[in-house]
Design a binder for this molecule. Sequence first.
Ligand SMILES: *C/C=C(C)/C=C/C=C(C)/C=C/C1=C(C)CCCC1(C)C
Length: 253
Amino acid sequence: MNPVLLAVQRLAADDYTGFTFFVGTMAMMAASVFFFLSISTVDGKWKTSLLVSGLITFIAAVHYYYMRDYWGSFGESPTFFRYVDWILTVPLMCVEFYLILKAAGAKVGLLWKLIAASVFMLVTGYVGEAIHRYDSISWFWGAISGAAYFYIVYLIWFGEARKLANASSPAVQRAHNVLCWFVLVGWAIYPVGYILGTAGGLFGAQVSANLDAAAGAMNIIYNIGDAINKIGFGLVIYTLATTMSSTASGKAA
Ligand SMILES: *C/C=C(C)/C=C/C=C(C)/C=C/C1=C(C)CCCC1(C)C
């Protein structure tokens, strides 16, 4: 039998990237249990939103399990697992926007616009990172990815989604606003990681001329972004769902 398959990996005390992968795995698992178990405590129409929150952190937990292992084994950026995770979880975050605005009349067309923009953002980011990481042209892929990101920001802050939010209950408006800030500030963490970790960076601003060393910094930034955005997003939905449920059943809001 291959002993490597049985071995537990040593986590070096100065492997900060490995540490954030490890803690990230645990945090995503714990958050999933929390969101799943909370489903039974909210009113029927909020159950799907909480289920989606739990799926986002659960999908991330499984990918973190693999990414932690990949990083430990090869000391390389787990680009493939990272982007598969994102391409599943970011559209689910778009679903969260749609679900809370549905009562105000959100159409499936809005959901598809958000999903299409996020998939475009991630596929172009993947091309820049997986294929052109060592080429200066990676700035170009980052830039068109960024354009799709700004389109999402536009839709939720000023476009169709904002108009629907304005026609919603105060609690939904509050939640929509907080989610908007997550996308504007929380999601902006990711391009910072990309800039530091790819040759095309921003005017060559990568952490180290040695891009293999920069991979560690890039992944720490991505891991922090994921913890903030996936767990934070879920908690906003949780707060909204529990507030609306207790109001509806006449308990103290
Ligand atoms: C749970 C995962 C989330 C919320 C991931 C979000 C990822 C992004 C907003 C990534 C954006 C990027 C750019 C705007 C330009 C450079 C390439 C990316 C893909 C890192």
